[in-house]
Design a protein. Structure first.
Length: 304
């Protein structure tokens, strides 16, 4: 494999285009070689099922990140000091959703091989499949913690299994799946969850039951990939998603899960998906950017 300045191989980098850097300021930017975490944008929404526009999500997150304070008060740290690089945007192919998943998988494979923590920004949730495939190939035994309003366990949707409504059905065949924040599903998905005795936590349970976070934690193995569809949050604080479902987690409910998982398990990578920006409404964009920054802050505590 021919290597580029990033050390990730020309086969990977030929599909990467330029984008804004996370946090923006040059003095906070790190090279991929020196960074612990690497931001990758996947601006694709070819199979969205209600309101389209998540292809604009990564750019909105990166733009909002330029306004973040670089200090996280609950960890007392500045995450950029441990290295956060922005690799770029995965260039979109219109050939098929499967081809886009493969591009994400190739990028993830290179980053895991380089011992980086990939951070995928979406874009539709199907893109998470490529990064999860790469993580499973690299780590072998893996738990996927899926935070979402929907289980995404359909066998196919609109005549294809490569849909954002099917992404976790693929994951079932390669990793242990734990889901939290659920509040909308088909009968078939509900039956599948019960038949396989999958650890699944409805949003109301997470919000109302103080023991829910510890039970989520107990369902996880030692190595965890966290995938977040932003519609896991209540639409009163996160209206900028393709399919906003009533109810959902609050900001501190979500952070309670993140803090527990990063404190007691190794998070090998994560993604924040399905931001569908609303023109003139910047709060959801800023929330998504702050969420990425806060997750990194908590992951990085293991090296302090």
């Amino acid at each position: 494999m021919k290597h580029t300045a990033h050390g990730l191989g020309t086969e990977v980098m030929q599909h990467i285009g330029p984008c804004l850097s996370f946090l923006g300021l040059p003095e906070y930017s790190q090279s991929v070689e020196k960074a612990r975490a690497v931001i990758v944008a996947a601006p694709y929404d070819g199979t969205t099922t209600f309101r389209s526009g998540t292809r604009e999500g990564p750019r909105a997150i990166l733009a909002a990140s330029r306004e973040l304070e670089c200090y996280e008060e609950d960890t007392g740290t500045e995450p950029y000091r441990q290295g956060i690089a922005t690799l770029g945007e995965i260039q979109v192919t219109a050939a098929s959703p499967r081809d886009m998943v493969e591009r994400v998988r190739a990028v993830g494979t290179a980053l895991f091989a380089a011992e980086k923590i990939p951070v995928l920004l979406g874009g539709e949730h199907l893109m998470s499949l490529g990064m999860i495939q790469a993580a499973c190939e690299h780590f072998g035994s893996l738990t996927v913690l899926h935070l979402d309003a929907h289980p995404d366990l359909r066998e196919s949707y609109q005549h294809t299994p490569f849909s954002n409504a099917c992404v976790m059905r693929h994951v079932l065949d390669m990793a242990t799946l734990v889901q939290a924040g659920l509040r909308s599903m088909t009968r078939e998905e509900h039956d599948l969850v019960r038949r396989r005795a999958m650890p699944s936590f409805f949003a109301e349970e997470v919000v109302r039951d103080a023991s829910a976070v510890s039970r989520i934690l107990n369902a996880l193995g030692p190595d965890v990939y966290v995938t977040i569809d932003l519609d896991v949050l209540d639409p009163s604080i996160m209206p900028a998603v393709g399919t906003p479902e009533p109810g959902g987690l609050g900001w501190y409910d979500l952070l309670s899960i993140i803090r527990a998982v990063t404190s007691h398990r190794r998070v090998v990578g994560f993604d924040v998906m399905e931001l569908c920006p609303i023109p003139g409404m910047v709060a959801p964009d800023f929330l998504a950017a702050r969420l990425v920054h806060k997750i990194l802050a908590h992951i990085f505590l293991d090296k302090l």
